[in-house]
Design a protein around this ligand. Sequence first.
Ligand SMILES: [Fe+2]
Ligand SMILES: [Fe+2]
Length: 157
Amino acid sequence: MASHLSAGQALAAVRSHHADMLDRASALSQALTAAVEAGDSGTAYDEKGNLIEWCADDLVPHCVAEEGRIYPAAAGVAEAQLLAEGLRHDHEALAALVEELRVSDGVRAAAVGQAIVRAFALHADKEDALLFPALAEAPGSGFSEAIEGLEEVVGAA
Ligand SMILES: [Fe+2]
Ligand SMILES: [Fe+2]
């Protein structure tokens, strides 16, 4: 299809994908916590594996795609440059939490899983409320073009 997203449509698409990601991460983290609270170590092991799989298949590729295709657009928008740098630090912190989850078990794994969800929620809110609007409004930043067709950022069509 040759039609292109407007800035408003592009913003709605990235925000909607963040909301879907957060729903999924919350559900996985809650399942892990519930299994730990129930003392069901077999299910807890499986649920930790499910959350790690989501991090590896969805969260980390999402961050990589943003750094490759969206954050570079901030280089030309003065008020967005430091923000994008701060958001890169968030990505590093999220990646470190995922590694911590891999080597954690039981209550500790449940706590790290919850930390991942909270950290991602705070991070996505800064992108949704600050970075993406700044880029969408900046003439010539190429925001809409950058995200178009980027499944890791807008979800599957
Ligand atoms: Fe991000
Ligand atoms: Fe994001």
